[in-house]
Design a protein around this ligand. Sequence first.
Ligand code: DGL
Length: 270
Amino acid sequence: MEPSHSSLPIGVFDSGLGGLTVLRALKMKLPKESFLYLGDVARLPYGTKSQAVVRDYARQCLSFLLAQQVKAVVIACNTASAMALDVLDKESPVPVFGVIGPGARSAIGATQIKSVLVLGTGSTVRSEAYQRAFAILAPDIRLEARACPLLVSLAEEGWFDHPITRQVIEHYVSDVDWSRFDTVLLGCTHFPLLEPSFRRVLPASVQIAHGANLLAQDLKDCLAERNLQASESIPGSVKLFTTDRVGAGLALLGDWLSTTSEAQVVHFGP
Ligand code: DGL
């Protein structure tokens, strides 16, 4: 018998482990839902690549998830959301969610002095996707964005709270005048994994924001509107796929995510 639409899983993808920070928020908000997570580690990082390449990768991730029969897709990657949400949204037969809008809204809710520092990958910063989102949602907020590309590898390696990670963060923010910013928006889904390191480096008065919880609420509302919520009384499952073997970080995340840290390796293309 075909599964009913509402009992299908939700597809989630990122270039690697970063999107698990989003998956965790989704699982907490939607405990009955099942999730398929794809980490495209074979082609990580996305954050140094051009829009054409990231769009191509994102399309392949979408096709893989659609082939597994999902009822919605979450782009749990700022870079892919910034560069490919528009095309995926157009091409997908199921609803697609990105992280830029929810990220912007979380920072807008956090800043008291209307001044936000966004940290992300080079491609996200160059895309100016956050500038466009803030211009629509809160044009009075002053925004500065910085690329912190090395942090992606440190997260994949599991150096979540590590002296080297702290040094790298210090390097990236060394010339920030903290009297001008009260909120840092983690505009890369890998960065919340490094929150213990960020917390030690950033002044205690600075709020750390990211969009995972608001995205989870958006998804919940959408499923309710379309009558697509899972109705089972048992907790949903999580299945992990990666496009190659992963760094040490995944093994450290099993408990945190309260799911298996075993991932099935799948290969794309020739
Ligand atoms: N986690 C991804 C993001 O949010 C990018 C990491 C990468 O460069 O692949 O942008």
